[in-house]
Design a protein around this ligand. Sequence first.
Ligand code: SF4
Length: 342
Amino acid sequence: MNDQMNWKMAAEIIARAAKSWELPKSGYVKLGYACNNHCRFCTAAWKHGAGDRSTEALRQVFDGLLQEEGVTRLDLSGGEPTLRSDLVELVAYARANGAVQISLQTNARALARVDWVRALKEAGVTSCFVSIHGCDAHTHDFLTDRPGSFRQTCAGIRNLLEHGICVTTNTVVTTANAQQLSGLVMFLAHSFSGLKHIKLSYPHLQGGAADQLEELVVPLWKAAPLMVAAIEEGDREGLHVETEFMPACLIAPHYHRASEIDRPRYHLSDVQFTVPEIDHTSSLRPRYFLESCGDCILRNSCCGIHPLHHATFGDADTHFPPGRTVLAEDAATCASGSKAVE
Ligand code: SF4
């Protein structure tokens, strides 16, 4: 490797790091746990009956984030936030008090109603992160355990895009849909004009996924090549496909499609507690690394292997390819847009 190449790679890494600092300061707020789906892998299924926060309590959380912490982007999650009758009021309050970007994490079933989408747009919602877990009703409705949910979610996505609200879809990868990930990308590309971003999430091994390990969870080494194929299908279709909770080295050569790599720090406000500032490398989300991670350049930002995953599958699912450690030149080449790492 010559000096010119080394400088080019170093410049790309620095530029990427600088870009992550420019990302808006974010607040992630759980509005409550009630949900109209009953996803089999849900990490919070046992909390669905927990009471929601009051409107006033949430206004105070917003005040703290927006006025005291300088947050300008709010991610409103649940449970299912669209079940709250005060959602429009809450969004409008956040917008009036300094939120520039407001994103809903939603299954979008309620957004099949156009008037609801219009009201949320007028109040200030700028984007939605929509859960869709299959490319057909059979798969999606099985995973959500709610017949008819696929049809409503698709209608919701369409309404959002038609109203100029950015959508990123999220699919939790399980035994029921892993083999159709590339087909899912094609389905999304051809069904939703204006959709640009897709996320494929490896499940948290807690809640429903932990209770039904054999039925639902695909080992990492099997899920990774299916995700890579879906990323490449997205490239062909003009869609940006990212992964979540998947070690970056397993989706080589697409390391930077691991969403954790450039994730900014954010403030978390859960129903039971508020945390001043965290990132995914904090103790709230402990990570496990193998000895062979060695000096991998992505170690500081990589999600690693979830401790529960390792506790469950042990080394049997962590015999990753030798030499998988990500080197600076690999990461830089990938970051610069080149797909292949020589
Ligand atoms: S830190 Fe370990 S698990 Fe993460 S990308 Fe590097 S080698 Fe893979």
